[in-house]
Design a binder for this molecule. Sequence first.
Ligand SMILES: Cc1cc2nc3c(=O)[nH]c(=O)nc-3n(C[C@H](O)[C@H](O)[C@H](O)COP(=O)(O)O)c2cc1C
Length: 158
Amino acid sequence: MKKIAVIYYSRSGNTEAMARLVEEGASSPGDVQVDVHAVGDIIPDKVLEYDGIIMGSPTYYGSMAGELKKFLDGTVQFHGRLEGKVGGAFSSAANTGGGNETTVTDILKAMLVHGMVIQGNPKGDHYGPVSINKPDSRVKDQCRDLGKRVAELVKKVT
Ligand SMILES: Cc1cc2nc3c(=O)[nH]c(=O)nc-3n(C[C@H](O)[C@H](O)[C@H](O)COP(=O)(O)O)c2cc1C
């Protein structure tokens, strides 16, 4: 069975709520195991077990939280071995224009450096779901959609 990890950092629960919705969407096509991990509860080596890796972070000064960056930096020890895995990212910020898209693209850039496969979204949030504080009904749909799209792509390409 294909496996997807949803890995997030969250201090006040907004990004965690998004992670749970991404999990729901990734589980919806079936035949895929989806595991959700807070970044402090998983060591970088564990990502080798997954076919799809989706990461979420609050926006801190226009980029990802240091905790998630540290986790990503820890993946250098197996650089090259994530090639061909499917990636995705999401973020919560406090303000419109507060940098949540730059946070998402920063996470995606790290995934691209790893050689991972990223699918944009021509209809919804183009780079990945972005929320202002806790997810509203629009963001909830975007999060579920990201999970579903990653699960479907994992089945096709991995
Ligand atoms: C250190 C720090 C830096 C932040 N920087 C930004 C920022 O640049 N832009 C923004 O809109 N919100 C910023 N915020 C607000 C958080 O992104 C926002 O509250 C988010 O929803 C928190 O997510 P969480 O509940 O998952 O921790 C910052 C918060 C903290 C603590």
